[in-house]
Design a protein around this ligand. Structure first.
Ligand code: SF4
Ligand code: SF4
Length: 63
């Protein structure tokens, strides 16, 4: 259960402070979600907060 950020990320940083589990960090090229820490916001919010704030819609569920 986790989300991932794809290469469309523009490094705006909007998602990082919104994550309740601090799963998002600035990676070498784009921002990254730690799959072990991301809980898809369950127990915190109704919707994944990173997806809510991302201006380019580059965050998806791991299939
Ligand atoms: S879905 Fe929620 S817990 Fe997972 S990275 Fe996004 S903001 Fe953090
Ligand atoms: S909000 Fe979206 S574009 Fe901005 S850093 Fe996060 S994943 Fe990248």
């Amino acid at each position: 259960m986790a989300l991932y950020i794809n290469e469309d990320c523009i490094n705006c940083g909007a998602c990082e402070p919104e994550c309740p589990t601090e799963a998002i960090t600035e990676g070498d090229d784009i921002y990254e979600i730690d799959a072990k820490t991301c809980v898809e916001c369950e127990g915190h919010f109704d919707e994944p907060q990173c997806i809510e704030v991302c201006p380019v819609d580059c965050i998806f569920k791991v299939q």
